[in-house]
Design a protein around this ligand. Structure first.
Ligand SMILES: Cc1ncc(C[n+]2csc(CCOP(=O)(O)OP(=O)(O)O)c2C)c(N)n1
Length: 797
């Protein structure tokens, strides 16, 4: 099959192109001068700090160059994902050879001066990172943290029927949890409406200092594993360049023919039945074409080739001639003309224009981004005739809005909801009135909402949901990840990487802004009634606020109308990570739509209807953020106003958590004067907070009144219990909040002391009641805010 796949002249030129890429890669790692070796190499030409990864690079150069051939031959719309992104020299070198690098960075010109700069900048202070970083044209995947290449690749091809993502997977990377589950992504792909992913497992045998598992199981076992995941593996194996070129070319022709045939058949027949997609296993030596033996140790084909095989330095001058020999082995004089430009017979091997993988617009998704068609979120409002009316559960209301967004954008095919099997249990069932869960494996009677095509994709892998959504966004579309709050932590690290990507790309003028990464965290800490302690963890936002302020936003809408307003805003926003935490259980509604819009626009505000300090000096500020803390705060306020009516209370609700940070730290931050006027400079502030209390201190530690700030929140107390008991266990219930006020206001005198005693008794009664009846006391379950005169609170004293 592989013989004569390439005409001899083409093979010669392709090998030369590969040598050119390898030469550029070694040059990037080692040289800061003498880029064409016009002079004998000296230590003065070599960088002082030798950084980078050689091992993966020649294999990736080989793949990229071969992909160039098929892109040209079949006019493919293709992008490249480098799973082992530490092979940065490969993607940088190849985009330089194809011309895109110099178009974006004219200073890195295609001549000797440009080459010198290209080499110097790599892994150099003020230069570029050693990975497939955002600075590299054509990259949507830095690959610094291994494991997400296939997820990103699939995210990119959903709803992109003409796109093929060639996705290089490191055999070490393949050991990670996310990558191991990512092979299953093929079960969600629709061959009619989606594009194709061509995984290329780079079986170079080693990681940093260990062999890889996939290289040490038998060929038969590996083949069975990949077939078991639903792929047809094609093996390209060896190390002799010429037969390897033949084998790779023949294999690429074969797999692309299969991909095209699968798509053609499915699209002609309208039958999307899951095909067995092809993939490639490239079994080539790690550090291919590099030094063989150095200081008596084998390098090529071993783990020792992973980073920098030669440590050329004044202390180690004997490596200098080895480096020169290595560089010269690529015969640069045959590859570049005297001016340092790639020879024209080689340059023409690269595709042109936007077909070059470095210039493909899918890899700069903001170029392709179109606004969503948005229904007016006000149309989905909960009627709130007075604060405290019963609502059906905030996410249930949101579900109807999302349903219509899915419907309105059905023809644009640029909006998706991802989740790990929780769209229903997070209360978004209305979405399935308009669409289905895309699923391309068998269905059975009694399955629900499964179809070959649908706007929702669910797999019980938070990693896939995150990775797919990131890939979808990075290629210019919109989406939402809905997840249980506790388990979103599984993707902490992926969020880190995406937030870093957003930060860096926002400083690159040629990179267009993309749609925000939106998390909807429902089924939150306070309402895990049937799941208990394992499902109670509100710490994701602690993690998120570590990220760059320009990138992250955290919203805690207290009711459904606020949730609608916040989600509308998030779906319109660009280049952020938005985290929205919302409840799904029936809960009181506080604000009519206009008031909700105003409140969410401000992000923080005094709830005047709940406060009574309008015409007098405030005694205490009752602040809250989150739906359950808001409920408990208002219940506490009603107790206070009934029993200590002379107290002047101010109620503040926070929707946009970043308002609490100083303006100097976050663009949303209140300036100090505004903060002081809201929270006073010297009155007690009792703050009921959705998550761990420490976060509020962290955000406000510089504020004038910080010393009077007393925060209640989740303090890692939980179990399967009643909703109210969850707040009691964490001292965030209405009774504790009232007692906190009394403790901080000695002037409440014996009235306060007596009230406190009654509340303590109440807590004992609560415990007794739930133990006996298994639910909260009627006065808790049926409590209602009753406006300015909350005397009907069933608060027997
Ligand atoms: C999640 C993660 N864990 C650990 C590392 C550190 N690391 C960098 S490269 C590497 C080995 C990668 O091996 P492989 O994926 O086979 O890539 P290649 O051999 O092609 O360089 C490791 C463990 C990482 N970058 N990401």
């Amino acid at each position: 099959m592989t013989k004569n796949a390439l005409a001899p002249e083409l093979l010669r030129r392709m090998d030369a192109y590969w040598r050119a890429a390898n030469y550029l890669s070694v040059g990037q790692i080692y040289l800061h001068d003498n880029p064409l070796l016009k002079e004998p190499l000296t230590l003065a030409h070599v960088k002082h700090m030798l950084l980078g990864h050689w091992g993966t690079t020649p294999g990736q150069n080989f793949i990229y160059m071969h992909l160039n051939r098929v892109i040209k031959k079949y006019d493919l719309d293709m992008i490249y994902i480098s799973g082992p992104g530490h092979g940065g020299p490969a993607v940088v070198g190849n985009t330089y050879l194809e011309g895109t690098y110099s178009e974006i960075y004219p200073d890195i010109s295609q001549d000797e001066a440009g080459l010198k700069k290209l080499f110097t900048q790599f892994s150099f202070p003020g230069g570029i990172p050693s990975h497939a970083s955002p600075e590299c044209p054509g990259s949507i995947h830095e690959g610094g943290e291994l494991g997400y290449s296939i997820s990103h690749a699939f995210g990119a091809v959903f709803d992109n029927p003409s796109l093929i993502v060639a996705c290089v997977v490191g055999d070490g990377e393949a050991e990670t949890g996310p990558l191991a589950t990512a092979w299953h992504s093929n079960k969600f792909l629709n061959p009619i409406t989606d594009g194709a992913v061509l995984p290329i497992l780079h079986l170079n045998g080693y990681k940093i200092s260990n062999p890889t598992l996939l290289a040490r199981i038998s060929r038969e076992e590996l083949d069975a594993l990949l077939r078991g995941y639903g792929w047809t593996p094609f093996f390209v194996e060896g190390h002799e360049p010429a037969p390897m070129h033949e084998a790779m070319a023949a294999t690429l022709d074969a797999v692309l023919a299969q991909i095209k045939q699968i798509q053609k058949d499915a699209r002609a027949s309208g039958n999307p039945t899951r095909p067995r997609w092809p993939m490639i296993v490239l079994n080539s030596p790690k550090g291919w074409t590099g030094p063989q033996v150095v200081d008596g140790l084998q390098i090529e084909g071993t783990f020792r080739a992973h980073q920098v095989p030669l440590s050329v330095s004044a202390q180690n001058p004997q490596h200098l001639p080895l480096l020169e020999q290595w560089l010269k082995s690529y015969r640069p004089e045959e590859l570049f003309d005297a001016q340092g430009r790639l020879k024209s017979d080689l340059a023409e091997l690269a595709p042109s224009g936007a077909r070059r993988m470095g210039a493909n617009p899918h890899a700069n998704g903001g170029i392709l981004l179109r606004d969503l068609r948005m229904p007016d979120f006000r149309d989905y409002a909960c009627a709130v005739s007075a604060p405290g009316v019963a609502g059906p559960g905030d996410t249930h209301v949101l579900g109807r809005f999302l349903r219509d967004i899915a419907k309105l954008n059905e023809s644009q095919r640029n909006f998706r909801i991802f989740g790990p099997d929780e769209t229903l249990s997070n209360g978004l069932e209305a979405v399935f009135e308009a669409t289905n869960r895309q699923w391309n494996v068998a269905t059975r009677a009694n399955d629900e909402f499964l179809a070959p095509s649908g706007r929702v994709i669910e797999m019980l892998s938070e990693h896939q949901c995150e990775g797919w959504l990131e890939g979808y966004l990075l290629t210019g579309r919109h989406g939402l990840f809905n997840c249980y709050e506790a388990f979103i932590h599984i993707v902490d690290s992926m969020l880190n990487q995406h937030a870093k990507w957003l930060k860096v790309t926002s400083g690159l003028s040629w990179r267009r802004r993309i749609a925000s990464l939106n998390y909807l965290l429902a089924s939150h800490v306070w309402r895990q009634d049937h799941n208990g302690f394992t499902h109670q963890d509100p710490g994701f936002i602690d993690h998120v606020v570590n990220k760059k302020a320009e990138v992250v936003r955290v919203y805690l809408p207290p009711d459904a109308n606020c949730l609608l307003s916040v989600i509308d805003h998030c779906l319109r926003s660009r280049h952020y990570v938005n985290v929205v935490i919302a409840g799904k259980h029936p809960a009181p509604q506080w604000l009519a739509m206009d008031a909700a819009v105003t409140h969410c626009t401000e992000g923080i505000g005094i709830w005047q209807w709940a406060s009574n300090d309008q015409d007098a000096e405030t005694d205490v500020v009752m602040a809250c953020a989150g739906d359950v803390p808001t409920l408990e705060t208002l219940a506490a306020v009603s107790i206070l106003r009934q029993h200590l009516p002379e107290l002047k209370i101010r109620v503040i609700n926070v929707v946009d958590l970043m308002k609490l940070q100083p303006k100097t730290e976050h663009p949303h931050g209140l300036d100090d004067a505004d903060f002081d006027s809201l929270f006073t400079t010297n009155k007690p502030v009792i703050f009921a907070f959705h998550a761990y209390p420490w976060l509020i201190h962290r955000l406000t530690y510089r504020r004038t009144n910080h010393r009077n700030l007393h925060v209640r929140g989740y303090k890692e107390e939980g179990t399967i219990t009643t909703p109210f008991d969850m707040t009691v266990l964490n001292d965030m219930d209405r009774f504790h909040l009232v007692m906190d006020v009394v403790d901080r206001l000695p002037r409440t005198g014996s009235k306060g002391v007596y009230l406190k005693q009654q509340l303590q008794n109440k807590l004992i009664e609560h415990k007794r009641y739930i133990k006996q009846f298994g639910e909260d006391m009627p006065e808790i379950r049926n409590w209602k805010w009753n406006g300015a005169n909350p005397l009907d609170t069933a608060m027997p004293v």
